[in-house]
Design a protein around this ligand. Structure first.
Ligand code: SAM
Ligand code: SF4
Length: 350
């Protein structure tokens, strides 16, 4: 990671700050920020974490006030969509304070969408509060509807609680999209059933290809199930029509004639979507990753803490966006045994 200059008397960098929309050197406007508010989680999904994870010391984390300031600095630069994620965002203590603070940007109209990706374990408790903060859509990760398998995939998860959470979100008027990671031999034969359930409940479903992020104590190649294969299987039973529907993310959607619902495919491996990338990610320690699949990062915590105004922070953001790479180079095959990047998805925020 490129360190923030210690010598804060060097004002030349500040002077070079270009305050305006964030556009990278490939002409892509950065309008979407994902923020991991904690690296901790109450699950240990087999594709995301190893069973025994070491988490960051709490003092390394940005405070909720600092997270608010950081997010607001991006909103001031044209970020229109903000997703809080993690780890599990809803296990961060007092996280609703952050949602409440950020909702002011919805009220002013600077922010189009405030949303969250969650494992759903705490959703029953927070759904109404989220709705009150202006959260209109959320993503809930559910890979299987079989409680035993759910427990096996998440290692610690209780499907019943997640289902209660999804029901509470629906009751609170929040549109729920389910995310499922397609896993060879685990849920590959359940995807049609999961889709039927989602569409029956009025939820969209997005399928995700497993990405080689972090050591998880399992062979990625054994987990990896290409979505091209899943789609071909589904097409034996369902009529899938490509539709231009987008939610600002990388999913490409089809409409399923038989269910009338939408199914998304997030295919970082089989179809690289980097050319339209509009997003960057910040970790809970204030590290900005310009690409999920690359190691380059910028420290935003030092400039954030160095002064009460945002000039240094904005300069650091400009410098980082200037370095946003063209794309990732994920590969999963028998010859690439080590992860493409060493950090886990829970660090960067999925
Ligand atoms: N804990 C929350 C959850 O599970 O929704 C938010 C964080 S989680 C890291 C965000 C998303 O990343 C989840 O949908 C999860 O399934 C997905 N994910 C985690 N590790 C992944 C990996 N290695 N490849 C693809 N998706 C992954
Ligand atoms: Fe936790 Fe989400 Fe990772 Fe599962 S995918 S271990 S719920 S952060």
């Amino acid at each position: 990671m490129r360190p923030f200059p210690r010598d804060l008397s060097d004002r030349s960098m500040v002077a070079s700050a270009v305050q305006g929309p964030l556009v990278d050197t490939f002409g892509r406007a950065v309008t979407y920020l994902r923020v991991s508010v904690t690296d901790r989680c109450d699950f240990r999904c087999v594709y995301c974490m190893s069973e025994h994870m070491t988490f960051l010391p709490k003092q390394d984390l940005l405070t909720l006030e600092e997270l608010d300031r950081l997010c607001s600095a991006f909103v001031a630069r044209g970020v229109r969509k903000l997703r809080l994620t993690g780890g599990e965002p809803l296990v961060r203590r007092d996280v609703m304070t952050l949602f409440r603070a950020l909702s002011r940007h919805l009220e002013t109209g600077r922010l189009e969408e405030l949303t969250v990706t969650t494992n759903g374990s705490q959703l029953a408790r927070y759904a109404a509060d989220l709705a009150a903060c202006g959260v209109r859509r959320i993503n809930v990760s559910v890979d299987t509807l079989d409680p035993d398998k759910f427990r096996a995939v998440t290692r610690w998860g209780d499907l019943g609680k997640v289902m209660e959470g999804i029901a509470a979100a629906k009751a609170a008027g929040i549109k729920v999209k389910l995310n499922a990671v397609a896993l060879r031999d685990v849920n590959e034969h359940e995807i049609a059933g999961l889709m039927e359930w989602c569409h029956g409940e009025g939820h969209d479903l997005s399928l995700i290809e497993v990405m080689p992020l972090g050591e998880v104590g399992a062979e990625r190649v054994d987990q990896y199930l290409p979505l091209s294969e899943v789609r071909a299987k589904l097409e034996e039973r369902y009529a899938l029509t490509d539709i231009p529907f987008r939610t600002g993310g990388p999913a490409r959607y089809v409409e399923v004639k038989e269910t009338g619902g939408r199914l998304g495919f997030i295919t970082p491996l089989t179809h690289n979507f980097c050319e339209g990338c509009n997003r960057v990610r910040v970790t809970c320690t204030g590290t900005l990753f310009m690409c999920l699949g690359q190691e380059d990062a910028a420290d935003l915590r030092a400039p954030l803490r160095a002064s009460a105004d945002d000039a240094l922070l904005q300069t650091a953001i400009d410098e980082a966006i200037f370095r946003k790479p063209k794309g990732h180079d994920f590969v999963i095959d028998r010859t690439s045994r080590t992860p493409a990047v060493s950090r886990h998805m829970s660090t960067t925020g999925g």
